[in-house]
Design a binder for this molecule. Structure first.
Ligand SMILES: NC(=O)C1=CN([C@@H]2O[C@H](COP(=O)(O)OP(=O)(O)OC[C@H]3O[C@@H](n4cnc5c(N)ncnc54)[C@H](O)[C@@H]3O)[C@@H](O)[C@H]2O)C=CC1
Ligand SMILES: O=C(O)C(=O)COP(=O)(O)O
Length: 525
């Protein structure tokens, strides 16, 4: 399989992929058209922030299974397009946290002490001292917007400078803020109180131009603002005007609305210092992020699940190990049901009974949906696009979780409604995580969800098994196992045969013609 790195990525990461037997091409600074042309050859794409992975590129990516973002921000990737196409997007959420936090501190100190300006002046032959008198950090109030990984790492570090830290993040709790020693407050209040404001939140539709003209006006005239998160969070035009008018004291910017950026009115202002998106550019961070995404890509291309997928529920290693057999079971249940269904699919409900499902069920639901939808549809369905595909087709998906209430300690039941009625399948794990289908429709069974099956509802009467066995036997198809389920003697019953080879069309037809056989469905798991 082939992997393309379209931005500079540390060799240590790429070598992991080469050692795993993948072919890795490094081609940087490609245009959108160039990428569209070559992307069909690739199974995985690795990017940093420079490559814009547009919907057009994703559309052309016939073989792409995963996009690895060697860093945090995925705003350069069209996530909706990737999800729709079933392409997993992974990032490295922690690999560059320290690099970005330290760069923020570096910018903060440089800004307060005029280091870039003094450096430039002296190198130009000017020994200026009075002009470059700065400020101390001690005793100042630092306002952090976005208290995620980088925001909290910055908080920890500025505290060592004896500052007071205030924060704004609508998604963190008061308890967590207290634990970090940060006073939470509304954004407007933070802007009014901070001597230094620093941004550490993602760019999205809610945060674009979060710091606009009105909000900049709330800041103290003596205040500084730093953006080491994403360009576009601060309105650059409004910032220019605020700085020019002396409404705030200065700004340090590592990121810009449009990158690369080599000319900007902001660059002409003495109280603005800039770096070209260097937050994550340390040797250490680049090795960390490259290794993280390489491991994810290798794992996913070998059929595993991603742990840091942005468009798939994230799972830590432990949860993944624990849930993996259930994920496989859920997928098999969906798959089995898909192969015995008739009529258009209207709704799917997945019911989880048992403590195994107390914490996390989302990956199981996605697996059940994938198993259910993939055999029914022309397009490829996987864990990532399964909900999108279901939604697009108007299939209602419901999830119910109950701590107990079933005959098995942990049971997954998939109920689907089609135009022709309702069908049910349920499964559990036996000892040693052995998967079993324990119910199909109203019948109790004990079927290993593996290999070739024949699902044969019939009337409970003598000779049924014998005649089915004879037809298959005459074709040299060996029956490896058989399960019978019936409601009442002489009533409706079901046979689930496990075969060593798939049954051919003629045998299936011949079985279907036996009086008392209601239907015959071949299932391959
Ligand atoms: N300059 C650079 O080279 C680098 C920039 N970054 C950027 O830094 C930013 C932060 O990264 P991490 O801390 O790793 O992410 P994170 O996901 O750990 O933290 C982001 C925080 O922002 C908060 N948030 C979301 N919407 C918000 C809103 N409307 N107002 C206030 N807070 C909000 C979230 O609740 C979360 O706590 C990202 O934009 C990332 O792309 C990251 C690494 C390097
Ligand atoms: O990780 C992030 O979000 C970054 O902004 C780092 O960007 P980069 O990988 O250095 O292009």
């Amino acid at each position: 399989m082939r992997i393309l790195a379209s931005d500079p990525v540390a060799e240590k990461g790429l070598n992991i992929l080469r050692e795993e037997g993948f072919i890795v091409d490094e081609k940087i600074k490609l245009s959108e058209e160039e990428l569209i042309k070559i992307i069909p050859q690739y199974d995985a794409l690795i990017v940093r922030s420079e490559t814009k992975v547009t919907a057009r590129i994703i559309e052309a990516a016939e073989n792409l299974k995963i996009i690895g973002r060697a860093g945090v921000g995925v705003d350069n990737i069209d996530l909706a397009a990737a999800s729709k196409k079933g392409i997993i997007v992974v990032n490295s959420p922690e690999g560059n946290t320290i690099a970005a936090a330290e760069h923020t501190i570096a910018l903060m100190m440089a800004l307060l002490r005029n280091i870039p300006q003094a450096h430039a002046a002296l190198k130009a032959g000017k020994w200026l001292r009075k002009e470059f008198t700065g400020y101390e950090l001690r005793g100042k109030t630092v306002g952090i917007i976005g208290l995620g990984r980088i925001g909290t790492a910055v908080a920890k570090r500025v505290k060592a400078f004896e500052t007071r830290v205030i924060g704004y993040d609508p998604f963190i709790s008061e308890e967590r803020a207290q634990m970090l020693g940060i006073t939470l407050m509304p954004l407007e209040e933070l802007l009014q109180n901070a001597d230094i404001v620093t941004m550490h939140l993602p760019l999205n539709n809610e945060t674009r131009n979060l710091i606009n003209r009105e909000r900049l006006k709330l800041m103290k005239k003596s205040a500084f603002i730093i953006n080491c998160a994403r360009g576009g969070i601060i309105d650059e035009e409004a910032l220019y005007e605020a700085l020019k008018a002396g409404e705030i004291a200065g700004a340090a910017l590592d990121v810009f609305a449009k990158e690369p950026l080599t000319e900007s009115p902001l660059f002409e202002l003495q109280n603005v210092i800039v770096t070209p998106h260097l937050g994550a550019s340390t040797k250490e961070a680049q090795i960390n992020v490259a290794i993280d995404v390489a491991r994810e890509i290798a794992n996913v291309l070998k059929g595993g699940l991603a742990q840091n997928a942005v468009n798939f529920p994230a799972m830590d290693k432990e949860s993944y190990q624990r849930l993996k057999p259930y994920i496989n079971l859920a997928e098999k249940l969906g798959n089995f049901l898909a192969q015995i269904l008739s009529g258009g699919l209207l709704a799917a409900e997945i019911v989880y009974n048992g403590l195994a499902f107390k914490e996390e069920t989302r990956p199981l639901t996605l697996a059940a949906l994938k198993g259910l939808l993939d055999p029914l549809l022309m397009e490829k369905v996987n864990y990532v696009n399964a909900p999108v595909v279901a939604k697009e087709r108007g299939i209602k998906v419901r999830e119910t979780v109950m701590e107990n209430g079933a005959d098995y300690t942990n049971l997954i039941t998939l109920k689907v409604t089609t135009e022709k009625g309702e069908r049910i399948i349920a499964g559990t794990l036996f000892r040693n995580n052995e998967p079993r289908i324990v119910q199909i429709d109203q019948y109790r069974v004990d079927v290993v969800p593996e290999g070739y099956k024949l699902f044969v509802p019939h009337k409970d009467q003598p000779l049924m098994i014998g005649r089915v066995g004879l037809i298959l036997g005459e074709k040299g198809i060996n029956i490896a196992g058989m399960q019978l389920g019936r409601l009442t003697p002489g009533g409706d019953a079901v046979m689930v045969l496990s075969l060593d080879h798939p049954a051919d069309g003629d045998s299936i037809k011949a079985i279907a013609e036996i009086p008392g056989i209601y239907e015959v469905k071949a299932v391959s798991l």
